[in-house]
Ligand binder design. Structure first.
Ligand SMILES: Nc1ncnc2c1ncn2[C@@H]1O[C@H](COP(=O)(O)OP(=O)(O)O)[C@@H](O)[C@H]1O
Ligand SMILES: [Mg+2]
Length: 249
């Protein structure tokens, strides 16, 4: 198994607020991993480190066998190669969507890659169909519903065919139908061979979107295991504030 990410004793603090306090973790290629943890446990910070948006104050992040550092990403060729391999879906779709139409939103990244126009058109058409976005193709992304925005944001990343997909609470703030549509899209990635890392609180949809769960607590890894084992460990879920006491039993 090749490791996509290898973290050794990673520490990160926002000024005086420690967010990650010694995280060591290996994520193998093709795994679908859920990052679980209560609010403030460090999920978003960890995702940003994996995406090379932040760099650790201590410890090391290795991506695809090479150190992921400010220096490595300062090199344009290395940064371009890394960005092609790793896609990030922000928690807030509004920061991801900025094109005048859904069609343009999906075409944007492909245009950046300099692909021929005919190929871009064909890939966008295929993605509009595949993600159920064809009826929205001429709509303005910023005027869509929350669930629709999220689908467009996810499609705009998947159309670039990244090896690794990082997602921060993709179903948070969505109504049940919107959340269900996103879960469906993520569930369809099961056999894509992609590495998918999703920060989430949503235990109910966990088996559909992940095989392995990493539980964070106060910036540390409290547990790592198959999703079914983590879900069965009611003590762990209560201790890490993933489950309300009344649901124990
Ligand atoms: N921009 C920020 N400035 C200061 N502290 C932050 C910032 N973002 C997160 N934190 C703090 O870092 C810790 C981890 O936060 P975060 O990674 O956002 O956790 P989660 O995504 O699990 O809710 C928390 O204590 C949080 O308050
Ligand atoms: Mg978060």
């Amino acid at each position: 198994m090749t490791a996509v990410f290898d973290l050794a004793d990673v520490r990160y603090a926002y000024r005086d607020t420690p967010a990650l306090n010694g995280v060591s973790l290996t994520i193998e290629a093709g795994r679908r991993v859920a990052l679980l943890g209560a609010n403030g446990s460090g999920k978003s910070t960890l995702l940003r480190l994996l995406d090379g948006l932040y760099f650790p104050g201590g410890g090391t992040v290795t991506a695809f066998g090479a150190p992921l550092t400010a220096q490595s990403l300062a090199d344009q060729a290395q940064a371009f190669a890394f960005r092609r391999r790793v896609g990030y879906v922000f928690q807030n779709a509004d920061v991801q969507l900025f094109n005048p139409t859904v069609f343009d939103e999906l075409a944007f990244g492909l245009l950046q890659l300099g692909l021929p126009r005919a190929e871009i058109r064909a890939r966008v058409e295929a993605a509009l169909e595949a993600f159920g976005l064809a009826p929205l193709r001429d709509r303005a992304p910023h005027r869509l519903s929350g669930g629709e925005k999220k689908r467009v944001a996810l499609a705009s990343v998947l159309i670039l065919d990244p090896e690794v997909l990082l997602m921060d609470e993709p179903t948070a703030a969505l109504d049940p139908r919107g959340a269900g549509e996103i879960i469906g899209m993520l569930s369809a990635l099961r056999d894509s061979g992609r590495t998918v890392i999703t920060a989430t609180h949503d235990l109910d949809s966990l088996p559909e979107i992940a095989d392995l769960a990493v539980v964070l607590q106060a910036g540390r890894v409290a547990a790592v295991g198959p999703v079914e084992d983590i879900l069965a460990d009611r003590d762990l879920l209560a201790r890490t504030r993933l489950l309300m006491p009344h649901r124990l039993g």
